[in-house]
Design a protein around this ligand. Structure first.
Ligand SMILES: Cc1cc2nc3c(=O)[nH]c(=O)nc-3n(C[C@H](O)[C@H](O)[C@H](O)COP(=O)(O)O)c2cc1C
Length: 175
């Protein structure tokens, strides 16, 4: 069986090349709105999404993320929008909750023709003093941790073909 949703899941790809052009507010709101509907442990809806589009904050998070891996390149691949996802560590499912938000947003983005890529290292970024100051500025409570981020924009490349799926990943308990 297949349908539009299944095809959207199968054809989504993580993108490293983005156009300079900013996405529209309608596109951004569509992706964020979808993120709000991601499932969460006990339905607590605890993750928050922080949208970064301005030049100064973008430069700051690029520097902070690159510092975690001692790199000089832009870990967000010059995408014009980055959505940081943070969640409260006192919820036992905070990583899973935030991961659902990120995946839901990636699929929503792809379904409306946007490109995205999940980017890592936000936990370390927001453990630093600088990260904590940013959280305070954004009104994110101290018990929140960074879980991941989405680089978001228009692809400046063809969507790559998916790698072949590894064998042996589906196991039937009764065989
Ligand atoms: C938890 C997680 C962390 C990731 N972190 C990064 C990252 O830091 N930088 C990056 O370029 N891609 C990152 N990716 C994207 C993966 O590299 C990408 O999903 C993988 O290569 C498969 O490609 P596809 O998404 O097109 O199927 C991450 C993906 C996941 C799920």
């Amino acid at each position: 069986m297949t349908n539009e949703v299944i095809q959207n899941i199968i054809t989504r790809r993580s993108i490293k090349q983005y156009k300079d052009q900013q996405i529209t507010d309608e596109e951004l709101q569509t992706v964020l709105h979808a993120g709000l509907y991601a499932p969460s442990g006990m339905g607590m809806q605890s993750p928050v999404m922080v949208v970064v589009q301005d030049k100064d904050t973008m430069a700051q998070i690029v520097r902070m993320n690159a510092a975690v891996m001692n790199a000089t390149s832009n870990p967000y691949y010059d995408a014009p929008t980055v959505i940081l996802v943070l969640a409260p560590t006192d919820r036992t499912t905070y990583i899973e909750d935030a991961s659902c938000v990120l995946d839901t947003m990636m699929l929503a983005a792809h379904s409306i023709g946007l490109a995205s890529r999940w980017i890592h290292r936000e936990r370390q970024m927001f453990e630093t003093e600088e990260g904590k100051k940013l959280m305070k500025k954004w009104g994110v409570p101290e018990n929140f941790a960074g879980v991941g981020a989405l680089a978001l924009g228009y692809a400046d490349c063809e969507l790559p073909e998916p790698k072949e799926r590894r064998e042996g990943r589906i196991i039937y308990a009764d065989k």
